[in-house]
Write a protein that binds this ligand. Structure first.
Ligand code: MN
Length: 193
């Protein structure tokens, strides 16, 4: 089945990336590409904190499968880990604090595109580490239009004190970022993006 299949559920990925500084690249499939945010402290299940998320250029769908080392001299040089991945469903707010998940693929793409444009994305993640309802909200106050906040809605998955750094392994290879760095540097460069 083609990558763009209408039957496939919408996907997300979080790539832990140790470039100049460590961050987590959060990417959501919308309209055949992956709008992306760099989250310095990583996403969290703690609904009492807000994580800064700087919007970065959209990435190609294929890039979500990349785990390895971006060679020195290239933009973002350093190890990249598939820290979490799974599917997601956009949500719309049907009344104050009441959200509905969009399961129909065509409607889901339309809603997600609208919410991205409005700077107010709401969605449920079905990952290995990340679960439940989240929001990404564009801020007006600081950092220009690229600064967003990632927020965990309160639900049965929210957990006080939950921190990305306590979950250091790849969901793909069970390696740490240091292991990916060490092992991938021994092998011939396979970076093709
Ligand atoms: Mn990055």
């Amino acid at each position: 089945m083609k990558e763009t299949s209408r039957n496939r559920r919408l996907v997300f990925v979080v790539q832990k990336h140790k470039a100049t500084s460590l961050h987590y690249d959060f990417r959501l499939e919308i309209g055949g590409v992956m709008p992306s945010w760099s989250v310095p402290k990583g996403p969290t299940l703690d609904s009492s904190v807000r994580r800064l998320a700087m919007q970065t250029p959209d990435h190609q769908m294929d890039y979500r499968h990349f785990e390895g080392v971006i060679p020195s001299g290239s933009y973002g040089a350093g190890p990249v880990m598939i820290w979490d991945q799974g599917t997601y469903e956009p949500e719309t707010e049907i009344a104050k604090g009441v959200r509905r998940r969009i399961t129909d693929r065509v409607e889901a793409e339309r809603i997600a595109s609208e919410e991205l444009k409005e700077g107010n994305l709401k969605f449920t993640l079905y990952g290995k580490k990340l679960h439940g309802s989240f929001a990404l909200v564009r801020t007006k106050g600081f950092g220009g239009k690229m600064a967003w906040l990632m927020i965990k809605h309160r639900d049965r998955y929210s957990m006080e004190g939950w921190d990305a750094k306590d979950y250091p392994l790849s969901v793909e290879s069970k390696r740490t970022i240091e292991q990916i760095d060490g092992q991938s540097r021994l092998a011939p460069a396979s970076f093709g993006h």
